[in-house]
Write a protein that binds this ligand. Structure first.
Ligand code: PGA
Length: 246
């Protein structure tokens, strides 16, 4: 089944108000890309500005994390409802940097994905093994456990992003065969848990996606788009990745 692809940019902790110019370039370029959903996930401080700039364009705006509860005494945290209120349409949950630097467990990630649903946001749920886990032959077991624990039950209304931790920001990517194997495995898991609806859940690949490797990576079976970090910060690098889908 061919799904409408999604190419999402994860700006991480990069970007100031002046970066709106880069967003404008992305918006201008994306106007011509009719066959792909394009998204930019800036830091929370820029969400409202970016959403205002992107309104009416083909570029959606997303957050990078959310709290599981709609409100409360949680200093520094941001509710999914607040992201929505800022103009976000989506939120990344369970990115490996959140899992590693903030100790987010599968259970916490699942609660965030459910919060996204509650707020009317598309959740992009990230999974992926470390280098040591892959070298030990545990990649499938690790990703399988993350899927079991992190995905929200019920509706198949979310996106999965497979991001091998060792490929993030490293310039190194798995072989096409390894990507095909893991995405096929994820697809099987989605099908067995969500039935036919599991066929329609988009599975993004993330980790050192660049203009130079995007075509090969996006052509792999069950790769329905990309989650792009470093290369999403510049329109000149991000647009060619989305343009793989014409
Ligand atoms: P990268 O990051 O493209 O810079 O490797 C991807 C991500 O962390 O989402």
């Amino acid at each position: 089944m061919t799904l409408r692809p999604l190419v999402a940019g994860n700006w991480k902790m990069h970007g100031l108000k002046a970066s709106a110019g880069e967003l404008q370039k992305i918006i201008a370029g994306a106007q011509k890309l009719a066959n792909v959903d394009v998204m930019v996930c800036p830091p929370a401080t820029l969400l409202a500005d970016f959403a205002a700039v992107a309104r009416g364009s083909r570029v959606a705006i997303g957050g990078q994390n959310c709290h599981s509860l709609p409100a409360g005494a949680f200093t520094g945290d941001i509710a999914a409802e607040m992201l929505k209120d800022s103009g976000a349409q989506a939120v990344i949950v369970g990115h490996s940097e959140r899992r590693h630097y903030h100790g987010e467990t599968d259970e916490a990630v699942r609660a965030k994905a459910l919060a996204a649903r509650r707020a009317g946001l598309l959740a992009i749920v990230c999974v992926g093994e470390t280098r040591a886990e892959r070298d030990a032959g545990d990649a499938r077991a690790v990703v399988g456990a993350q899927l079991s624990g992190s995905l929200p039950e019920g509706a198949a209304d979310f996106v999965v992003a497979y991001e091998p931790v060792w490929a993030i920001g490293s310039g190194v990517t798995p072989t096409a065969q390894d990507v095909a194997d893991m995405h096929g495995f994820i697809r099987e898991r989605l099908r067995s848990r969500y039935g036919e609806a599991g066929e329609r859940i988009r599975i993004l690949y993330g980790g050192s996606v660049k203009p130079a490797n995007a075509k090969e990576l996006m052509a792999i079976d069950n790769v329905d788009g990309a989650l792009v970090g470093g290369a999403s910060l510049k329109a000149d690098e991000f647009l060619p990745i989305a343009a793989v889908y014409g």
